[in-house]
Design a protein around this ligand. Sequence first.
Ligand code: FAQ
Length: 310
Amino acid sequence: MADLEEHFNHTIEKDRRVEPRDWMPDGYRATMVRQIAQHAHSEIIGMQPEGEWITRAPSLRRKAILLAKVQDEAGHGLYLYSAAETLGADRAELTAMLIEGRQKYSSIFNYPTLGYADVGVIGWLVDGAAICNQVPLCRSSYGPYARAMIRICKEESFHQRQGYELLMTMMRGTEAQRAMVQDAVNRWWWPSLMMFGPPDDASPNTARSMAWKIKRHTNDELRQRFVDMTVPQAEALGVTLPDPDLRWNPERGQHDFGAIDWSELKRVISGDGPCNARRLAVRRAAHENGAWVREAATAHARKTAHAHET
Ligand code: FAQ
């Protein structure tokens, strides 16, 4: 046991990857399952806000792009559930925990998409925040998760660009289109900052996850990086970010920004956001409606296994 623990500590210290067959502390395994499951649930629930606009896309081209993006999110979710399975988690159990509200998913997906500009803003800000958070996770200490992040980040990067390109097109359009973009930015800006999680002094998991190199940066560090990255993009787009306190601080070499309403994040995480009930109801119905597919696939697998045996 002491040898195994020493090997694990050495792996972390030397910046090598922990693999599924390796011994790991129970706390490490539980933290990894929690983070990967929450991430997978976020991708799956995250299909809904944009998915609601597939049938109302303004052109065939926009529809094809959106369809591809939402399908990518499904792929990320399935990929991440597979990564959780390498830790001994059971996929059916994880889905049950999501549907029963026993596991979390990102707060950001509990806000409504009121117009097509929201699709662009989700790509720009939400995928932008996801990239900021996930690029360092490509160096996360758990091998299957780190490798999943490499592929996922490549696709997120395409998602971010399609969002920005959509917004650029709308900003070159009519006054009404520009107003739609600004309205969507006003609604999504603060929730996007909340995606990075509670402030460092109220983040119970950060210290341990940093020591285990699961996380490479704190929530506040990544939030700051996102703000600094996004301000020039907003200027190029011609939109205003809804924060009167947002300004460049030459001494820090970073932007200062206004106070985040942490009570809102708490409320949304605890199930009381604008769309929490709707998101879970849709997911539950999809799961129930898909029962026959799971049953048929299980019966087919059983039959095939039996045929191989005889
Ligand atoms: N929403 O101690 P910490 C996407 C929870 S991107 C809900 O700071 P930690 C792509 C936290 O889990 C979105 N819950 O926790 C896409 C913890 O819960 P516990 C998903 C939140 O883990 C784009 C508690 O609060 N990305 O889906 C949130 O060290 C467009 C205390 O917090 C990931 O999951 C929140 N915003 O840091 C798809 C990335 N923040 O312990 C569709 C991987 C915190 O009670 C369309 N995850 N909590 O179970 C991470 O990097 C980390 O888990 C953090 C939280 C940074 C999210």
